[in-house]
Design a protein around this ligand. Sequence first.
Ligand code: T5A
Ligand code: NA
Length: 215
Amino acid sequence: FKIMGQIKRGALIVVEGLDRSGKSTQCKKLVQSLEKHNVKAKLMCFPDRSTLTGKLIDEYLKNKECKLNDHAIHLLFSANRWENVDNMKALLDDGVTLILDRYSYSGIAYSAAKKNMSLDWCKYPEIGLPKPDLVFLLTLSNEESLKRPGFGTERYENVEAQRKVAKVYSQLCNENDNWVVINAARSIEEVQKELVQKCIEKIDEVKMVPLGVLQ
Ligand code: T5A
Ligand code: NA
């Protein structure tokens, strides 16, 4: 991975979208597809439920009786990303492309969708985190989404919450130029083909460009 004494960095690629849009399915396949193209790639999921903050988040999501102030849980989701920053940077520096199953934008969208939570306040704790090179927003209509295996029992898994989150996602998409909207109402293979092609292009484009930070 060395060109003129410089190591090529990996790309930071994020997959966002509503529940059941197929993020986890696509992210797992993406890592395998990239490896077949001889790209070093690694999957990371947020929330990372294995860490200290992750265990609290898991409890909050699974147990609707768990009362936690909306601002406090927002900061926990953000802390869960900050816990992983050193690891993420080291991997990217080492030339590994990271595929993230949800990231800061989930944090912003799911919190800002709540009552009395301002969008600007929700963005603040994310400032300074590594900035993704590319964000895929997987979109699925309500009707298509209802055809997929049912909602679980976790918090936010209801139509009303999802509708509000979708609104914030579309606002974030309009504010950023590195977002690509993906029609997720197609076969797993069709969606994957489009993602792989766009990833390969991006990985090549950013390999000598310094990693940005969220602002
Ligand atoms: N959250 C998250 C916050 O509030 N703040 C934050 O900062 C963060 C990071 C947990 C919750 O936390 C919130 C957002 C969430 O509410 P999670 O653990 O990522 O986040 O959520 P999950 O429940 O694991 O994932 P999702 O429900 O969002 O599902 P996915 O990953 O979008 O979908 P996937 O791939 O699991 O597929 C769903 C089903 O559809 C089928 C699959 O086989 C599966 O059965 N499917 C398809 N069917 C037909 N055609 C296709 N193309 C299909 N693709 C997948
Ligand atoms: Na998922």
